[in-house]
Write a protein that binds this ligand. Structure first.
Ligand code: UDP
Length: 256
């Protein structure tokens, strides 16, 4: 895939992963350029788990490197980059970016498409967005549980025919990354982003960490206490490896 020149200008290398050192407002400007280009672009949100996993997973590494816009989705990434002498202006969390893009779409007439989560959840997300922004034109929506028996093809056709400007994909990982990569060119949506469990948060099915935890880099801990059985291994292993990689890199830089 040919990477966008505009996105490349802001790119830094952080522990072998490319990240665009952009604030939220700079990110929104890039996305508007993508929308106006009418050509398909893929977003990637990089968190601690992704940084660690891409060292062991070539397919994940390729999908990050090939993305047109890569944001730091976590304060620990911003802090660790600073510790290693690189500046990322701020965290751009996927859910915050999605909310900003919905607002921008209503203001500028961009048409978002919502894919993923349960039917009642995605429907609620569309209703909440339209109620908040009556000018918003929604290109379409589909739940994330109808991929079987030819459903995936129908979804792709539906998105393509909707001529959406922005696509939000609320599926799990790596399902959302695989779907976007596979159908990016065919769907021809100028800006596609995976948003994981964000529809559930917007619809009020799950709760996001309180503001003070988000600002203290503890959002991961909130998720951990909500689902300790599912999350303990993810966080224990990935957080420890992350600290190890950061310290190893620091020692390398000091010894240079
Ligand atoms: N999801 C979906 N279809 C599936 C599996 C999951 O639409 O086949 C949705 C799920 O309802 C949720 C979102 O994907 O809204 C993220 O799921 P999860 O929290 O399990 O993913 P994770 O963030 O842990 O990778």
């Amino acid at each position: 895939m040919k990477q966008s020149v505009i996105a490349k200008a802001s790119r830094i290398n952080f522990l072998n992963a490319p990240i665009d050192a952009l604030s939220m407002s700079e990110t929104l400007k890039k996305i508007e350029e993508f929308v106006h280009s009418k050509r398909p672009h893929q977003h990637m949100a990089v968190n601690v788990a992704k940084i660690v996993n891409l060292h062991q997973d070539q397919a994940l590494y390729d999908s990050v490197v090939q993305s047109d816009l890569i944001n730091a989705d976590g304060l620990p990434i911003v802090w660790a980059a600073r510790f290693l002498g690189k500046v990322i202006p701020e965290r751009v969390a996927g859910i915050d970016l999605m909310q900003e893009l919905i607002k921008l779409s209503a203001e500028k007439g961009y048409r978002p498409y919502f894919l993923g989560a349960k039917e009642e959840v995605v429907k609620a997300v569309v209703e909440i967005a339209q109620k908040k922004y009556p000018a918003l034109q929604v290109a379409g929506y589909t739940n994330g549980y109808c991929f079987q028996n030819g459903g995936e093809r129908k979804i792709v056709e539906n998105i393509k025919n909707s001529r959406a400007d922005i696509l939000f994909v609320a599926l799990g990982s790596p399902q959302k990354e695989i779907f976007i990569k596979k159908y990016l060119q065919e769907m021809q949506v100028p800006f596609c982003m995976g948003v994981g469990g964000s529809f559930d948060v917007v619809a009020g099915v799950t709760k996001r960490a309180p503001r003070w935890m988000q600002k203290s880099g503890l959002e991961w801990f909130y998720r951990f206490i909500q689902e300790p059985r599912r999350m303990w291994k993810r966080y224990l292993v990935t957080n420890s490896l992350f600290i190890y990689y950061v310290l190893k890199e620091k020692i390398r830089l000091v010894c240079l």
